[in-house]
Write a protein that binds this ligand. Sequence first.
Ligand SMILES: [Zn+2]
Length: 386
Amino acid sequence: MMEEGRTPYDLLLKGGYVIDPANSINELMDVAIRGDHIAAVAKSIPVEESQKVVDVSGRYVTPGLIDIHVHILPVFEGSVTSDLIALRSGVTTVVDAGSSGCKNFEEAKTSIIDKSKTRVLALLNIASCGMCLGEQKLTEMDAVAAAEMIARYPDILVGIKSAHYMGAGFESIDHAVHAGRLSHTLVMVDFGVKATASYEDLLLKHLRPGDIHTHFYARHFPLLNDDGKVQDYVWKARERGVIFDVGHGAGSFWFHRAVPAINQGFVPDSISTDQHAFSLLLIDATMPTVMSKFLNMGMTLEEVIKRSTVNPAREIQRPELGTLSVGAGADVTVLERRKGEFGFVDCGRNGMRGDYRLECQMTIRNGKILWDVNGISCPDWEKSGD
Ligand SMILES: [Zn+2]
């Protein structure tokens, strides 16, 4: 029942262009929030119905962005603080991609995840010590222990990660997939192609439908054949349900791979940054910049938003995220698409000119405004009183 004197809504985003691919919304709409959830999305919601009104006309209102490949948990020396980077980038949910394993996940949970304002989910490294030398040691890979840890923290752990394995074959991948089967979760892989372990076998024989290959526009994968065409077996892998995620990082995104692949229609299923200390400077692997690259390579804004919200939410089996459905948690991002002369850098330090750059104006997490770079939610000081 409505308390007397209380308006139906606490916060109203007025006049923005809403892009919510989960609900096929791509038009001017108002978004109203009550408490920590989305209360209404409609053509015109009267300003009197909300405690606070923010004019977002000329801007895009989207579900809070989801970045499914970051490194924020300790163990890996390049891990960076989530809140400071995520929220200013419009990201309300991150997935730490295997920085920690069974032996150190709980410590990371207490020291970082439990204190974070950003929603932090994680993939458990199949190596029990996380991103450490154990990634090379099969004795460090215990699928049963990993599945048990996931069962203990199902709200946080969304799957398993296998990465950086230099051994001859698919041993690390297969241990990870075994753990994925035991825990009914996905596996994300970072993989080194070798003479004894081909990319084709990885995609067609070792990964399951729903498993994710991250970094697929990296130079070290034979995504394209000698004629520059996307390999037939890569298309087949997509047909059988293998997911292709960007995982930009400091070494895994090359315009030489991405532009021809996108021109042939091979676009990513999800856009992610692989954000860590070494991919932030110069390359600027933040969501708005990585998304801007795809916009300038010819994808529409709606396609880019879809791959940064609803698609990653579904990939990690959290369909309640990445949407502005009424009743969903109030994680909302306000973006601006600037038009002008811009430039972008890939992992080989190659540049690309572009006409558009996305910028995060405002980030709302759980109904609270936590980032507002231009102060559009704040009263003008000359009118606000002392
Ligand atoms: Zn990574």
